[in-house]
Structures are given as structure tokens and as C-alpha cells.
Design a protein around this ligand. Structure first.
Ligand code: NDP
Length: 278
């Protein structure tokens, strides 16, 4: 059986922790404290983005934590304004500067932004940065299979990671299987599904929590891990940052997994990556 506390191996051989700390809507000052708390808890994957406006705080935490940089898996993302080879390269350099580091572990294209038609060129720029050692892995976020195939057609490889909306209300079984067949790791954003409705109050989740003596949040995080996804829950509270990391001492049964899978609504909470909003 797979050891879910061990990193996964990406399609380029890089090892990526399966659980990380997400920093969306965590301001710069708050980010420093929160990321310090996450690193002290044991998280080794930190997820930020140029769009979050907190790379300076994240970088201060990573660099001041006492955890060697080589043990932290640091991810950031290029925003939609910076698609195209030259802009993406400049955005990468600016992110490195703000983060106070000379390399990233993973750089993602935040959205495909199909109306610009530049995501394949942007991905090629990421591969060039990888060759130069500025990033260890090149990935994407919010890409649909058609976008992933277009990248593959253009550059001959699939991205190492696709970070997508994924939670019990929108659990993306087809995409997960499609990506697994092609060696693309699935990373779940919005994993607790709290934007609309409350996954954490669903009887399928609370029953499993009670059965294992864990919290609903821990049950949902464990559900992601058992589906083979990398998961990056966010909390601004130190107690929850710690709680969300304690997910390796129990396992959900097949029936519990199926009951949580059945919460699927078929509806995204975020925007449609194939549309023109982004
Ligand atoms: P999450 O699913 O991680 O949910 C965060 C919310 O859940 C917060 O309101 C938090 O509240 C609450 N929460 C956290 N832990 C618990 C718990 N144990 N019990 C009860 N409530 C809890 O949502 P996010 O949207 O933040 O997604 C996670 C990360 O994914 C982001 O931070 C970001 O890094 C990434 N992301 C990427 C996107 C993309 O387009 N690539 C889009 C959106 C997110 P509190 O803070 O008060 O604890």
C-alpha cells in the first residue's frame, strides 16, 4: 500500500510532498506568521501565487524558518497578465526576487486563459527555465484536458502537475483518471469545499469523523490523499494549520470513501477554465 506520508514522484522525477499549506487570501504580514506555523508543524510544501500578493511574506517565512531551503517545496504561479515567453520569464524573475530565493520547486501557469491563446508558449518558457535550473518542475493550474493536450502537442511533454478545483462537491473522477494515465499529478485547490455550502457538515463526513475520532476537516483531507491527490488546505488559524496536517494516523474505509464521493454535485464553485472570464 502507498505510504501517503511519503512524497509522490512527478513525471520528471522530482519528489513532491502530498500535503501542503495554501496561502490564498492570506495577506503578506499574515502569510509570514502562517507559513512559519506551517513549517514548524511539519508542512514542507507551500503554495503561493504572484496574484496572492504575499510572496514577500511567504519568502521571509521560508528563509527565516531554520528549515533548509532544500527541504521546502515552494510553488508559485504566473498570473494571466504575464502569458507569453518574455512576460512569463520576467514574472518568474520577479517572483524569485519577492520570495528571496534563486529557484522554485514548482512553477504553475495559474489559468489557461484560452482567449489569449498563449498558454503553450508560456509553458515552453517554463521548460526553458527548468533547463536553466530556475525551477525544478513545470506545471499548470485550472487546465482542462484540451489545454493539456495542446501543451503536449506543442512541446512533447505533459505538465508535471495540474492544480484544479477538487473537493467532495466537485471531485473530478474523469479528470483524475485521465491525468493519472498521462503521469500528471492532480493537486486539489479549495479542498475543503467551503466556498458554497458546507462539506464539513455533511453526514458522510461527520460520520467518518466520529468513527475515527478525527475532525471533519481531517477526514476530507484524508479523502484527497486516498484518492492520490496532492492537497493544500488553507487556514489562518495556527490550531487548524496543525490539525489539518495530522492525517496520517487513520484510514477511511472503502464505504466511507464512497459515501464522500457521493456528495458530488457536478458543479464547480469557481469559474469555468474553458470560458473567457480569465
Ligand atoms: P480551502 O478549501 O483550503 O478552505 C479554506 C477555508 O476553510 C478557510 O475559510 C478556513 O478558515 C477553513 N478551514 C481550514 N481548515 C479547517 C478545518 N480544519 N475545519 C474547518 N474549517 C477549516 O480553500 P482555499 O480556497 O484556500 O484553497 C486552498 C489553497 O488552494 C489556497 O490557499 C491556494 O493556495 C490554492 N488555490 C488555488 C487556486 C487556483 O486557481 N490555482 C484557487 C483557489 C485556491 P480559517 O482560515 O478561518 O481556518
Amino acid at each position: 500500500m502507498t505510504d501517503l506520508s511519503a512524497p509522490i514522484e512527478l513525471n520528471d522525477g522530482t519528489a513532491m510532498p502530498r500535503i501542503g499549506y495554501g496561502t490564498y487570501k492570506v495577506g503578506d504580514d499574515e502569510a509570514q506568521q502562517a507559513v512559519e506555523a506551517a513549517l514548524a508543524t511539519g508542512y514542507r510544501l507551500i503554495d503561493t501565487a504572484e496574484m496572492y500578493g504575499n510572496e514577500v511574506g511567504v519568502g521571509r517565512a521560508v528563509n527565516g524558518s531554520g528549515v533548509p531551503r532544500s527541504e521546502v517545496f515552494l510553488t508559485t504561479k504566473v498570473w494571466n497578465d504575464h502569458h507569453g515567453a518574455d512576460k512569463a520569464r520576467a514574472a518568474l524573475e520577479a517572483s524569485l526576487e519577492r520570495l528571496g530565493t534563486d529557484y522554485l520547486d514548482l512553477y504553475l501557469i495559474h489559468w489557461p486563459s484560452p482567449k489569449q491563446g498563449l498558454y503553450a508558449e508560456t509553458f515552453e518558457a517554463l521548460l526553458k527555465a527548468k533547463e536553466e535550473g530556475l525551477i525544478r518542475s513545470a506545471g499548470v493550474s485550472n487546465f482542462l484536458p484540451e489545454h493539456l493536450d495542446a501543451v503536449h502537442d506543442a512541446v512533447g511533454v505533459y505538465p508535471s502537475v495540474n492544480q484544479v478545483e477538487l473537493h467532495p462537491y466537485f471531485n473530478q473522477p474523469e479528470l483524475r483518471a485521465w491525468q493519472a494515465e498521462r503521469g500528471i499529478a492532480t493537486e486539489s485547490w479549495g479542498p475543503l469545499g467551503q466556498r458554497t455550502g458546507s462539506v464539513l457538515a455533511e453526514p458522510a463526513v461527520t460520520a467518518a469523523a466520529e468513527a475515527h475520532g478525527m475532525s471533519p476537516g481531517q477526514v476530507v483531507i484524508r479523502w484527497h490523499l486516498q484518492h492520490g491527490c496532492v492537497v493544500i488546505p488553507k487556514s489562518s488559524k495556527a490550531s487548524r494549520i496543525a490539525e489539518n496536517f495530522e492525517v496520517f494516523g487513520f484510514a477511511l474505509t472503502g464505504d466511507e470513501m464512497a459515501a464522500i464521493d457521493a456528495l458530488e454535485t457536478g458543479k464547480r464553485q469557481g469559474i469555468d477554465p474553458g470560458g473567457n472570464e480569465r
